[in-house]
Design a protein around this ligand. Structure first.
Ligand code: ADP
Length: 560
């Protein structure tokens, strides 16, 4: 042990201090064999620890007649290790039963039985993996389709048959089993292993392959409640006949399968299986009852897994539909982009042509013998004006396409309306247009980019102001809650009403009736509202025009 200078505390004996340091050093410098193994072989360590734990749990019921374990998930664990880690872990699969028996001091020193067990379980698991790795099965360990689950069940049932046959053959050979008990033991071995495997293997594979969605969504609480009800049900039937009350456990498992698909089903099944094994481990069960319970558990496994698979498939289908809808929407946008591009080309082409004409006039003027400098400067100014106009069109279009979608915050609509009115106030007062704001008292805050919504309101107020008769115009800005997650804002006026083509759903872009208009305002409003997942509608009423648009309400899950 290296000597370390340590400051001494006068109140404590030197001897104690030194031994403290030594024990600390020992702790720091000498990691245990398990720590070293875990650092270099995390998968192997995880496997061995899980193997030992599951072996201990599944052996809790070995007081059964025939000494057949009621539930055996160990082959399922072997399958996961070989599928995920590869064949180089095969020696570990062979050794694990022996290591677990040594760890629990269970080795009976009937070595031929011990070796036989190793070979039978090793063979059963490797045949299962071998089947899954054939290209014809097209098995994907991420378990993304019903087919993958089906293949796993097929390989698992073959492995279970092999396991059961091997064990029964050994027991018969050793005289541990009477011939008339052979079929019952075979069935119990097989069913116990199959039920253990089909609940454990999918759960672990999905977790290891990064396909687990159990812990990363809002269903966590519901799953926790379901597990809690399984534990509660098991506690309630403690000391009673679990064979009768078994159906109580089926309800939360089915619920978990509905909630979280295959993963939910497997988690629920594991909880039930572990609970039942620990429960009946304390009872002196009759073989007939155990066998019936095993059959019920198997039925529950297959039913829950079927529900889980259907739910997972449904979720995947919904996701695909959503993706297709988005793709269609994008296609639609590309289609309308063609029209927009034509309109933009037209808008920019006009001022550029005009600027070209002016510049040619300047060229002619400069080439002539008598150059009128004033006239040339005037024409050049006109050309510059046209170029500026083209630049403004481009700037406005940028505003349309480059909407910043990040930075949404919770806003009170009253504040946004107030800010917009501040900008428009002078114009409205000059034209003696009155403006009323009617906001519902129970209006929830909205989740928006404040400045963009202010821009929408300013555009609509200015348009309304242009449409009404000065001195007699009235603009009303109102808002009401729409369902639980939207707010509907309306801007109405008593003006001329919208021209028909705008109401017919024609593109709003560049559509203007104003001499100095550019026809971009309404388009910009629509783009902003739709970027906030809202709807934008133009209507005419008897008294004038009205624009409705919706905005998202701020809620606990508001995020970008
Ligand atoms: P601009 O105001 O530059 O013309 P907009 O896109 O904002 O561009 O408006 C397009 C056209 O829609 C306007 O030219 C006008 O004819 C019509 N419009 C907009 N708002 C109203 C309204 N409140 N009442 C009647 N017509 C309107």
């Amino acid at each position: 042990m290296p000597h370390m200078p340590v400051p001494l505390k006068s109140s404590e004996p030197v001897q104690d201090e030194a031994s403290d340091v030594r024990s600390t050093l020992k702790h720091v410098n000498q990691p245990t064999a398990l720590e070293i193994f875990a650092a270099f072989y995390p998968l192997a360590t995880g496997y061995l620890l899980a193997y030992a734990a599951l072996d201990w749990i599944s052996s809790a019921d070995l007081s059964f007649p025939l000494r057949v374990s009621f539930w055996n998930p160990l082959a399922g664990l072997d399958l996961v290790l070989l599928i995920y880690g590869g064949w180089r872990y095969f020696p570990l699969v062979l050794l694990a039963p022996l290591l677990a028996d040594l760890a629990f001091g269970r080795v009976s020193f009937v070595w031929d039985m011990e070796v036989g067990q190793m070979l039978v379980s090793g063979l059963a698991s490797s045949v299962g993996v071998f089947i899954l790795q054939r290209s014809v099965t097209r098995f994907d360990p991420k378990l993304q389709s019903m087919r993958d689950i089906g293949m796993l069940l097929l390989a698992g049932s073959i492995a279970s048959l092999l396991y059961a046959s091997g064990n029964v053959a050994m027991a018969l050979g050793k005289g541990l089993l009477k011939t008339e008990e052979a079929f019952l033991a075979f069935r119990m071995f097989g069913v116990g292993q199959f039920s253990g495997m089909i609940s454990l293997t999918p759960l672990l594979l999905m977790r290891l392959m990064g396909e687990s969605h159990l812990l990363d969504n809002k269903r966590r609480l519901a799953l926790g409640i379901a597990i809690g009800s399984i534990v509660l049900a098991l506690t309630l039937v403690r000391g009673q006949d679990i064979y009768v009350w078994f159906f109580l456990l089926a309800i939360p498992v089915a619920w978990m399968a509905i909630l979280a698909g295959v993963e939910g089903a497997c988690l629920g099944l594991l909880a039930v299986q572990i609970g039942v094994v620990l429960h009946i481990g304390t009872q002196h069960a009759l073989i007939g009852q155990v066998s019936i319970l095993q059959a019920r558990l198997l039925v529950l496994c297959l039913t829950a897994l079927a529900i889980g698979v259907l739910m997972s498939e449904r979720r995947k289908f919904e996701q695909q539909v959503r993706q297709h809808q988005e793709a269609l929407f994008r296609l639609g946008r590309i289609g309308s982009m063609g029209e927009v591009a034509a309109a933009i080309a037209h808008e920019i082409n006009q001022p550029l042509m005009a600027a070209g004409t002016y510049m040619r006039l300047v060229e002619t003027s400069l080439a002539s013998a008598t150059v009128d400098r004033n006239e040339a400067a005037q024409i050049t100014r006109k050309a510059v004006e046209q170029i500026d106009r083209a630049a403004e069109v481009i700037r406005n279009i940028r505003g349309l396409t480059k909407l910043d979608r990040s930075g949404r915050l919770e806003h009170r609509l009253s504040a946004l309306v107030e800010n917009a009115l501040k900008i428009c106030r002078i114009g409205l007062e000059e034209r003696q247009i009155s403006c009323r704001v009617v906001l519902a008292p129970d209006l929830p805050p909205v989740y928006v980019i404040g400045i963009q919504i202010e821009q929408v309101l300013v555009n609509l107020i200015q348009n309304a102001a242009d449409a009404v008769t000065p001195g007699r115009g009235t603009i009303v800005i109102s808002a009401i809650p729409l369902g639980r997650d939207k707010v509907e804002v309306s801007v109405s006026d008593n003006g001329t009403g919208f021209p028909e083509p705008l109401l017919d759903g024609e593109s709003l872009l560049f559509w203007t009736t104003k001499i100095d208009g550019n026809g971009i305002g309404l388009s910009l409003c629509r783009t902003i509202v739709e970027a906030h997942e809202g709807k934008f509608q133009l209507k005419n009423v008897a008294s004038g025009a009205i624009v409705h648009f919706t905005l998202p309400v701020a809620g606990p899950f508001s995020h970008d």
